[in-house]
Design a protein around this ligand. Structure first.
Ligand code: G4P
Length: 189
């Protein structure tokens, strides 16, 4: 998606060889016009996949997921980080290790929102090491639902996430694929 690549080039800040900061339009401040276009692009790609629901993880996956849900006309479920006393006992959980933040956390979805009739589109802001995708795959499987595909805003193709998706047989559709990060340049695929 050319407009997204332009945003990344113009507004992204390279932190180091593996981290890109995109706080000005996605991870802190959100550009709703761009997110709407992103949602439309995911919807166009997955429109014939019989998607019944979108699943993401809070917090930065929610914006692209909601716009994709709007354009596909399906509900959006976000996995919560940690548990909440409001959630009852009928929950599916998985542990996520964040390489970026170097800590482990649990993600939770109430089972009432996913069932065997669901064909899930996973949406996330980044595909890096694939830990979020692995965790959501476990939760979706525990709920007897299936994953029809993954829509990723920014894929860092040089990290392990793509290989994990392949191992799980999940089709990944990424709007911007970063091959390599240099100190002053982003190389797209
Ligand atoms: P994963 O996203 O493939 O699971 O890989 P990883 O464990 O490395 O990612 C952990 C967190 O770091 C995720 O956000 C992910 O979106 C984010 N992340 C990964 N690579 C980058 C990057 O290059 N730049 C930025 N800005 N974020 C990156 P999270 O912890 O779930 O945070 P949030 O969704 O609450 O913002």
């Amino acid at each position: 998606m050319e407009k997204l690549k332009q945003y990344i080039n113009e507004k992204g800040i390279i932190i180091n060889a593996s981290l890109l900061k995109v706080d000005s339009f996605m991870n802190h401040q959100i550009d709703p016009v761009l997110m709407d276009e992103i949602g439309k692009e995911f919807a166009e790609h997955f429109k014939n996949h019989n998607i019944t629901k979108i699943v993401t993880i809070e917090s930065s996956g929610i914006a692209p997921a909601v716009f994709a849900g709007l354009h596909l006309n399906v509900p959006v479920v976000f996995a919560r980080k940690g548990t909440s006393i409001i959630l009852n006992n009928d929950i599916a959980q998985s542990a996520v290790y964040s390489y970026t933040k170097e800590h482990k956390y649990t993600v939770t979805i109430a089972k009432e929102y996913l069932n065997e009739n669901d064909n899930i589109l996973f949406i996330d802001d980044f595909l890096a090491n694939g830990q979020s995708l692995l965790a959501i795959h476990k939760i979706v499987t525990d709920c007897n639902a299936k994953i029809a595909g993954a829509g990723i805003v920014i894929e860092k193709s040089f990290q392990a996430g793509v290989a994990h998706a392949e191992e799980l047989g999940i089709e990944v559709y990424s709007l911007a694929k970063i091959k390599k990060l240099y100190a002053n340049k982003i190389e797209f695929e």
